[in-house]
Design a protein around this ligand. Sequence first.
Ligand code: SF4
Length: 355
Amino acid sequence: MKRWTEEGQAPESTNPNNAYGSAIHYAIALTEEGYTDAEAIDLTVEKFGRWIGPDEMEVLALDLETFHERDYVGVKTVASEDNLKVPLFVHNGVQIYYRFTLDRLYQRIDAPASFLHIDYKSSAHKQSDEEVHKNPQLWSYNWAIHEYWPECEDLHQSYDQLKFGVVPTRKNAEQRAQIKKWLITQVKAILKAEDVNPSFNQWCPWCPLMESCSEPKRTAEFAQTRIAELAPDGSDVSSLAAGDMETYLADMYLFETVRKCIERYEKSVKGVLRELPTERRQQLGWGLFPSSRDVWSAQALVEVYRELGPDFFLLVKMTKTNIQRFFGKDKAATDRVLRHSTKEDASPRLTKLKT
Ligand code: SF4
């Protein structure tokens, strides 16, 4: 059978609800490339920092530790964070594919027809054994793996909930036929849906079509007009306090999504500008210029300390995140340093309540 791979990602691969899931998978992949856990967390925070909360940064380190504890021996890796697709059915002469992303797929060295699929889950909510057995994603993957690797005759699947443990599950040929039929029915129902016009929604900032879709731009224009209406001079929004808070909040949620779209749009366009040939970039009125940033090595800090004496300590700033990154898995060392810190009152944190 022909095999397909491509750059695209399965639909479930990135959205605001699974940003942490994407982050931990990214961090795991980095450690497998040879980065230390601390380095991997650093790079992960750089890439996903906007979407993951402060609590989750600490959880990243713990989940990485759990991942390393699960050591599979006597196997070779067949797929690792791979985006794949297999043909599902033909609709009006067009081939429809099922796309999927495999966390890990191993093949037993002593029994090459035996495969082991691991699906890592970072959720804070435990799935019961029954939920795992009925999980349509894992079930569909079982069918897709058999399609993609016909040499796989015996597939074991492990639903690895990093915070709660591993649930093993299996499917037979009849169940695979059943899930394939279900997938086809779902796709046909979507294709038949009458209202397929795009409309701005909470997923737009993560949509692969965002840069070319007119909806985010149309909604951004609406948002600009609405803000101008609420705060005509561009800054005085004090009148909001007396008004209809429900309406202001609904607008705020919309504007937050619009802002994420605008940020992503700006980043994408600037990314393309950077890659353009110099002449074309200049035609568009942009240039690339050398830049540098100041870096303070440990030795440089020692030199500054020698010059300034104790005043040096008024200059430097330690952060909890840096301390945790520095000591990595050595939690005792981290705690020894952290116990010297003191708390000072800050302005109360405004947090949306869970409903
Ligand atoms: S960007 Fe366009 S296509 Fe993508 S989710 Fe938003 S409205 Fe739909």
